[in-house]
Ligand binder design. Structure first.
Ligand code: SAM
Length: 345
């Protein structure tokens, strides 16, 4: 559980760090850089040399001078300010590197202004301090290993879609700067803990597809994608993985929904926001309706599928549906608890 952070203490601690970081920046002649292994993991040119140097000085001062109750907040502020004000990254909406690279950036000032916003928010939220929040770093496909049985009344989530988006790219720079990923091997470990939703996080040893091996619609979609790939003569390694990615995606979601049943209290309500997709050779994947079908087979009641919004597809110029799949857990396990798998699980 996160300790209560005092906003005044956060600000005074940050001011101390600003002073010290500015001193070091003013007096150091040689630019600091990331270790070679870490450098290979970030997107090329995602941060210019001088802004990176200043960021590494600031990071060191945060790690040295932060009070233990403020450390995580101050690091989070750095993750935010680096992406929005210091890096060369743009979100359109996918992450990319801007053509105009920054020679310099007001690294310390940008960080301090985020800390100020944070302190303001903390003041407003003081009223909620009696409401605990716990953050778990875990894989939702094995949710019963991190949450207690029969303990949840509600789930609201925006899981990945089968959309060829590598979620680890979006947060790559801050993940590397804060030391969560320091090499390609660690990046792979992170990817292994995610639902397979894009060909960049599919591995030879993956087996989540067994969870939907008897789900007709998913098998038909995967076959259609593979048939279209062959017809179009697409032979790259990634294109060859498209059909498998779809099966692994829905298999992973089925595994999550199956495991979650042990954690939910009877009557628990669930909302999953997902979007229809045509990312794999334009074969339509009605994500919401397929997830609802999987959930129903696993014993959930489908309360409804609401339209959340429509999004314009950049490739097909079609309006694609984004939906909220609403479910309810009755508490009754179906006779066949894994109805879409032909393996004994
Ligand atoms: C559609 S995004 C939602 C992002 C979130 N709503 C936000 O605004 O930051 C899906 C998220 O699910 C995470 N994810 C993927 N597989 C996961 C897993 N097995 N367990 C937990 N989270 C996972 C991804 O890293 C990504 O951040």
């Amino acid at each position: 559980m996160a300790p209560t952070v005092n906003p005044d203490k956060l600000l005074s601690n940050a001011m101390q760090i600003v002073e010290r970081a500015n001193d070091v920046i003013a007096n150091e002649q040689t630019l600091r850089t990331l270790p070679a292994e870490s450098q290979k993991v970030i997107l090329k040119n995602s941060i210019s040399p001088l802004p990176l140097h200043k960021t590494l000085v600031l990071l060191e001062q945060i790690q040295t001078l932060a009070d233990s109750s403020c450390l995580n907040h101050l690091l989070l502020a750095l993750a935010s300010s680096v992406i929005t004000s210091v890096s060369n990254l743009k979100f359109r909406p996918e992450v990319c590197v801007s053509k105009k690279l920054k020679d310099d950036a007001a690294v310390v000032e940008a960080w301090f202004s985020v800390v100020n916003v944070m302190a303001e928010d903390l003041r407003k939220l003081q009223i909620c301090h009696s409401t605990p929040a716990i953050v778990q770093n875990a894989d939702s496909r094995n949710i019963s290993t991190s949450l207690m049985a029969n303990s949840l009344d509600a789930v609201i989530t925006s899981p990945p879609y089968p959309n060829e988006k590598d979620y680890t790219r979006t947060t790559r720079l801050e993940s590397v700067l804060l030391g969560f990923i320091q090499s390609k091997a660690e990046l792979r470990l992170l990817k292994e803990g995610l639902i397979r939703s894009n060909t960049r996080n599919v591995f030879k040893v993956d087996t989540d597809d067994i969870w939907v091996s008897k789900h007709l619609e998913i098998q038909q979609i995967a076959n259609e994608i593979e048939k279209r790939r062959i017809e179009l003569g697409k032979t790259s390694g990634f294109e060859r993985l498209y059909h498998r990615t779809v099966k692994l995606y829905f298999g992973g979601m089925a595994k999550h929904l199956a495991d979650l049943r042990y954690i939910l209290r009877p009557g628990a309500q669930l909302a999953y926001i997902v979007g229809d997709q045509k990312s794999f050779l334009q074969v339509m994947i009605r994500t919401g309706s397929i997830l609802a079908d999987i959930a129903q087979g696993l014993g959930y009641e489908v309360v409804g599928i609401d339209l959340f919004r429509t999004r314009l597809s950049t490739t097909t110029k079609e309006q694609m549906r984004e939906e909220v799949v609403l479910l309810r857990w009755s508490g009754k396990m179906p006779l066949n608890s894994y109805p879409f798998s032909d393996k004994v699980l």
